[in-house]
Structure formats: structure tokens, C-alpha cells
Design a protein around this ligand. Structure first.
Ligand code: HSE
Length: 295
């Protein structure tokens, strides 16, 4: 018995929603294949697309950690063999570890006869994030697992809400060829936020959600602002201001760091604009002498 599952890249934070907002994109993503085995261990048989960088040790790999936690929770000693195909760059801010964790949670649940709903399986996928970056944040795994746009209203207790989005909403992502480690990008953040900045930020979170629900592009655009995280993290991303200016000039509704970076994302109203934004950001990086990929 085996199963093959795709899980998508995700954009976490979505400007104002550090650790509480995220959405899934169509592509890229990761593919995982699980097979029931007659041993009683969780084993990683192969990983491709990672240039040999991901651990094959079942205690350290995000996918196997998720599967082990899941099997333990349902009291199963089922042996599982894993094949993992990484189809997106590591350390890119596009939720690479989350895609593997979400794919693993979805696949093991299906393979074991769906003992859990996706929301019940989510905490297991979050364990993969804990292994990957030291914090079990859900703003990548929740949209990777549930699809669409997601709000983590609360972590304790975990309360995840799917948010309806306008029929026409496009995201363009630029990934400059540099790497940012999520753990490092979390460690440089300050633990405290001044009240005036917090007021601005939660006003924007509410505005962004309201704008999405009402398909009000102007409200979405006005709300895509991050006064707390962007000023600190954008320093780690060469060309940030240039890419942002290029995107906004080409009618992006807004611009921000995707997750912990270095990828950056935009939202826009139609496909043509989304493509144009992508070209303008790629050109901006070309002029800076930095290679990039656009999704
Ligand atoms: N919310 C997380 C962070 C996402 O910004 O650290 C990491 O992709």
C-alpha cells in the first residue's frame, strides 16, 4: 500500500500577520511518497532535490518526525518507508520545510484510513516546523495542509480559520539567490513591541481580513503594511527596497517578505499584472547582479 502526495509552497506572515497569516500557492511544492513496510520503523529511503542537505535520520527530518508523532498518537507501530522529492529551494521563505511536513501529515493520515480531520492532523505537521526552525509556528503548515488563506487566531488553544479570498487574486514571488535561515531570522527580532506600532499592526490585520472577505482591493492594499518585522528583517535581504519599488510601480496591491525571507511576495488583481510585476522584480535583481527566480 502506498500513497504519493503534493504539498504547496506557502507565503507566511502576509506583511502584517507575523505568525498568524499565511496562504498557499499553486506551485512550486514538494512531493512525498509513503509506503507501508513490514518493519516497524519510520525510514527515509530517498530524498531528491536537496543537494544532499536534508537529514535522512528519522529523528531529525521534518517528514519523518511528523509521521512518527502521528503514528504514536494513534497507537500504531506501522512501519513506513519515505521517498521525498524537494521541488523548491531550502531557506527560501516559501515554506519549504512546511510543505514536507504538511505532505507527510496528509499522506500518513490517508494511508492509515483517515483517523483524523485535517485540523486534527495540523499539530503533527507543526512538529515538523519545530524540528526545522525551533518554533512550531503554523502560518506555513496550516495553509499548506488546509489550502487557501488561513488565519491562526490562537495558538493555545490552536484555532485556525480559513479566510475566503476574492475570486481574482494573484501572488507573485521573487526568490533572490541568497539564503536566510528561519531560526536566525527569528532570533534577530525583538521580543517586545511598542504600543503605537502594535495598534497599527492589528489595525492592518483586521483591515486585510476585511478586505479579503469583501473583495475590496483598496482595503487589501492599504492594509499590506508591516511596521514591526519588515524594518528588521529587510536588512537581511539585499535589493529589498529596489524590488519593492519595482513591484509597487507595476500596480502590486502590496509587497512584503515571504515568511522569514529572502523571498518576497506581492498580491495583484489579475494575471497580466502579476506577470509584469514578476518581470520587473527579476529585472531589478538582474541590475543588482543577483540571480533570482520568479514564481
Ligand atoms: N512566521 C514565520 C516567521 C514564518 O516569520 O518566522 C517562517 O516562514
Amino acid at each position: 500500500e502506498k500513497i504519493k502526495v503534493f504539498a504547496p509552497a506557502t507565503v507566511a506572515n502576509v506583511t502584517c500577520g507575523f505568525d498568524v497569516l499565511g496562504f498557499a500557492v499553486n506551485a512550486p511544492g514538494d512531493i512525498i511518497e509513503l509506503q507501508k513496510a513490514d518493519h516497524n520503523e519510520v525510514r527515509i529511503l530517498s530524498i531528491t532535490g536537496d543537494n544532499g542537505r536534508l537529514p535522512k535520520d528519522a529523528e531529525k527530518n521534518t517528514a519523518s518526525v511528523v509521521i512518527k508523532a502521528f503514528l504514536e498518537a494513534i497507537g500504531s507501530k506501522q512501519g513506513i518507508d519515505i521517498h521525498l522529492e524537494k521541488q523548491m529551494p531550502l531557506g527560501s521563505g516559501m515554506g519549504s520545510s512546511a510543505a514536507s511536513s504538511a505532505a507527510a501529515a496528509f499522506a500518513i493520515n490517508k494511508l492509515m484510513g483517515e483517523p483524523m480531520s485535517m485540523k486534527e492532523a495540523l499539530p503533527f505537521a507543526m512538529e515538523g516546523e519545530r524540528i526545522a526552525c525551533g518554533a512550531a509556528h503554523a502560518d506555513n503548515v496550516a495553509p499548506a495542509l488546509l489550502g487557501g488563506f488561513v488565519l491562526i487566531r490562537s495558538y493555545d488553544p490552536l484555532d485556525v480559520i480559513k479566510i475566503k479570498t476574492p475570486e481574482h487574486l494573484y501572488s507573485t514571488i521573487v526568490h533572490p539567490h541568497i539564503e536566510v535561515n528561519t531560526k536566525d531570522a527569528r532570533n534577530i527580532l525583538r521580543g517586545q513591541v511598542p504600543l503605537d506600532k502594535a495598534v497599527k499592526q492589528w489595525g492592518n490585520v483586521g483591515g486585510l481580513i476585511a478586505g479579503l472577505l469583501q473583495s475590496d482591493y483598496e482595503m487589501i492594499s492599504n492594509s499590506m503594511e508591516d511596521t514591526i518585522i519588515e524594518p528588521i528583517r529587510s536588512i537581511l535581504i539585499p535589493g529589498y527596497d529596489v524590488a519593492k519599488a519595482a513591484a509597487l510601480k507595476n500596480n502590486a496591491l502590496g509587497f512584503g517578505i515571504s515568511g522569514s525571507g529572502p523571498s518576497m511576495f506581492t498580491l495583484s488583481q489579475n494575471e497580466k499584472t502579476a506577470k509584469k510585476i514578476g518581470e520587473s522584480m527579476r529585472d531589478a535583481y538582474k541590475q543588482l547582479g543577483i540571480g533570482s527566480d520568479v514564481y
